[in-house]
Design a binder for this molecule. Structure first.
Ligand code: NAI
Length: 713
């Protein structure tokens, strides 16, 4: 059975149906290449008896794109072979579009990456008008570029100015958007009309060809020698650098392939694109990103960290206690995914205020055409705002998001458990309190679990699931299903102070403050974080979290250590935070003064007195050290979490660090950062940092063992 069926009708129009045997989607693998070679050869041989071609798919998607298993295995050693293979794929598509008969794509489902590149190699694109259907070139999100002619054809169709944002952001388009941009030519309402419509176009356009193969074709908006385009290209690299900080080679390669390709013939441009593609595919950043954002994320979504043996579950009615910042966000996350929500606070007003958060988000979606009024109302109708605990009756899950106070949390646990079934799950959204200790207030601790959401809940995709000592496997499985049910990403961790994400996040924040204490200028610290690829600097985020909260958490940890008879080793950051709060009255962003000043009008700026009160000329910390310290300290703490069993898998560590803490995506996550650095070089560098900055950089035994055995995480 071949991956591409060849059927000729009575009008001599050939329909090529892509239908890879034994696979749920069509991908650009060896089967595809073999089938395409045979197909193109046959088309060439029989071209005199063919009046046109329609390309379509028998799968629910049109075509899924490149084969990532193949891509991730390419190394610089087999770059030449890879380049040749890419050129072959492109050569086939080039032949298809220059056969001298009209070629139409009948796009029945998603066409992303390589799939969209095949569609672009057709003269005409007819697409099913389904709001679920996505089109585009998202390769950049995996550290790659569209290497099947996508860069070259998009530039020649739209011009550099319009093509670049699409290529650089990897934007996925709905059919209607693609039609507006001229990327799709016709939409049809029913799948059954697709091929017929495509054939009608073929019959009506016997002399069709690609715009770039017509005499006198010019790139819309002009080529790079046009003054306007030249001006845009002169600043584009600097603007891009500001976004990528030099951490992401893919956008830079896309810009280069687009600009260089626009100055040469179509075929030379395709070759340039293949070279850049080969460079990216054999490079480390693409490996990091494909490994984590594709393979590990898919493993998580497929239930890799979910205990086996429990039927797939789902919740229908969720109680949310506390309608504050987190509770109102959690209510939205559930209601917008079709669950009924009981949002409870101490007063009806407070509960209603929490519900109004969903109202605002819905109004925005309606105004942007992403939801109908009726749909928006249906979501709102699912949220019952109340001050009555009795309304929790019938909830199969209750999530508590009241103040971070042990006594209060114990009280709401008891009063809710009196209302719900014995088998219902009770979850706490605590950010710092160990779940096992909170579960003491429960009369059925096996159904008690941590569901740690991140703020703002509507934007942050991660939920950290925390197992208490007595949490049952079934409760974990149900919590896992719930997180997927509301379309978020679950990672599973064991109980510990700060769990995984808050604990690692704390090391980043503390390292920034510690450097202030060593006399490092604040702008150097903030820049070092940005250059490493962190979304914001440690001083910025300290202000957001508030310095007061950090002292509060520290005091709690110190008291708990004393109560347990353990020695508490103060972090060098503590003296800085204490001085900021106690001596200088600077509590953080909410109070208008922290490491930054927050003028009523205008942008925030670093508190000028940091330069006079803390910074010293002889601090001796190079920018490279500052950058490495900020990433190493997080990676080392992640290894400690794995060593202590707080984390159980590499994928949870990588995904959790990126989606929960903002660890730079180019690294593939906190453990992949170590892998790609090389374990032995990483240990050596950690030792240098340890000698210069303290024992917190001491490589943990698990890292040393793995380095010695030449293993990786
Ligand atoms: P918040 O102060 O915005 O909201 C707490 C709400 O709980 C208030 O509306 C309060 O009226 C309500 N409440 C108090 N007693 C109650 C009772 N007996 N029954 C029902 N509601 C009651 O606090 P926020 O920021 O939403 O935090 C809530 C929880 O989530 C805390 O445990 C916090 O540590 C945790 N968390 C916070 C994150 C954040 O970024 N703010 C992130 C992750 C977790």
């Amino acid at each position: 059975m071949t991956a591409i069926r060849f059927e000729k009708d009575s009008d001599n129009i050939v329909t090529l149906t892509m239908d890879m045997p034994g696979q749920s989607a069509n991908v650009m693998n060896a089967d595809y290449r073999a089938a395409m070679t045979a197909t193109v050869e046959r088309l060439q041989k029989e071209i005199d008896s063919i009046s046109g071609i329609v390309l379509t798919s028998a799968k629910s998607t049109f075509f899924a794109g490149g084969d990532l298993n193949e891509l991730v295995a390419v190394t610089p050693d087999n770059a030449a072979g890879f380049f040749a293979m890419v050129e072959t794929i492109k050569g086939q598509l080039r032949t298809l579009e220059t056969l001298s008969v009209p070629v139409a794509a009948a796009i029945n489902g998603a066409a992303l990456g390589g799939g969209w590149e095949i569609a672009l190699a057709c003269h005409h694109r007819v697409c099913l008008d389904s709001p679920k259907l996505k089109l585009g070139l998202p390769e950049v999100k995996l550290g790659l570029l569209p290497g099947g002619g996508g860069v070259v054809r998009t530039v020649r169709l739209l011009g550099l100015e319009k093509a670049l944002p699409l290529l650089l952001e990897g934007k996925e388009l709905r059919p209607a958007e693609a039609l507006d941009m001229g990327l799709v030519h016709e939409l049809v309402a029913e799948p059954g009309q697709l091929v017929e419509q495509a054939k009608a176009w073929v019959r009506a356009n016997p002399g069709a060809s690609q715009p770039w193969d017509e005499k006198g074709h010019r790139i819309p908006g002009g080529d790079p020698s046009h003054p306007r385009v030249a001006q845009m290209l002169a600043v584009a690299p600097a603007m891009l650098r500001q976004k990528t900080r030099g951490c992401y080679p893919a956008p830079e390669a896309i810009l280069a392939a687009a600009a260089e390709g626009a100055q040469v013939s179509f075929d030379a441009a395709l070759r340039i694109e293949s070279r850049w593609f080969t460079r990216l595919a054999t490079g480390q950043v693409a490996k990091n990103m494909i490994g984590t954002f594709w393979f590990q994320l898919n493993e998580i979504k497929a239930g890799g960290s979910r205990p086996e043996g429990f039927p797939q579950g789902g919740f229908s009615r969720v109680g949310v206690l506390g309608a504050g910042m987190m509770g109102s966000g959690i209510a939205w996350a559930c209601a917008s995914r079709g669950l009924d929500v009981v949002l409870k606070d101490v007063s009806a007003e407070a509960a209603a205020k929490g519900k109004s958060y969903s109202e605002k988000l819905l109004a925005k979606q309606v105004s942007r055409g992403r939801r109908t009024e009726a749909d928006s109302q249906a979501v709102l109708d699912r949220i019952l705002a109340t001050d009555q605990v009795i309304d929790l009756a019938g909830c199969d899950l209750v999530i508590e998001a009241v103040f971070e106070d042990r006594k209060l949390k114990a009280q709401v646990t008891e009063e809710s458990e009196a209302q719900i079934d014995d088998t219902a799950v009770f979850a706490s959204n605590t950010s710092t309190l160990p779940i096992t200790s909170l579960a003491k207030a429960s009369r059925r601790p096996q159904h008690f679990i941590g569901l740690h959401f991140f703020s703002p809940v509507d934007k942050m995709q991660l939920v950290e699931i925390i197992k208490g000592e007595q949490t049952s496997a079934e409760t974990l499985a149900r919590a896992f299903d719930f997180v997927l049910q509301i379309a978020k990403i679950p990672i599973v961790v064991n109980d510990s102070r700060g769990f995984f994400t808050s604990r690692v996040f704390g090391t980043f924040v503390n390292e920034g403050a510690a450097m202030i204490g060593e006399g490092v200028p604040a702008p150097l610290i903030e820049q070092a974080a940005l250059q490493a690829g962190m979304p914001v600097g440690p001083l910025t985020i300290t202000d957001e979290v508030s310095l007061t909260l950090i002292t509060h958490i520290r005091n709690q940890a110190r008291d708990d250590a004393a109560a347990a008879g353990e020695t508490y080793v103060p972090h060098p950051a503590e003296a800085v935070i204490d001085a900021m709060v106690e001596e200088h009255g600077r509590h953080g962003k909410a109070k208008g003064a922290g490491f930054y000043e927050y003028p009523e009008k205008g942008r925030k700026f670093l508190w000028p007195e940091l330069a006079t009160r803390f910074a010293r000329d002889d601090h001796g910390v190079s920018p490279a050290d500052a950058r490495d310290r900020l990433l190493f300290i997080q990676a080392l703490e992640t290894v400690r979490c794995l060593q202590e069993g707080v984390l159980e898998t590499t994928r949870d560590a990588n995904i959790g660090s990126i989606f929960g803490i903002g660890f730079p995506p180019w690294t593939g996550g906190a453990l992949q950062y170590i892998n790609q650095y090389g374990l032995q070089p990483f240990v050596a560098r950690a030792r240098e940092l340890q000698a210069a900055y303290g024992d917190r950089f001491d490589p943990p035994p698990l890292l040393l063992e793995k380095a010695e055995r030449a293993e990786h995480f």
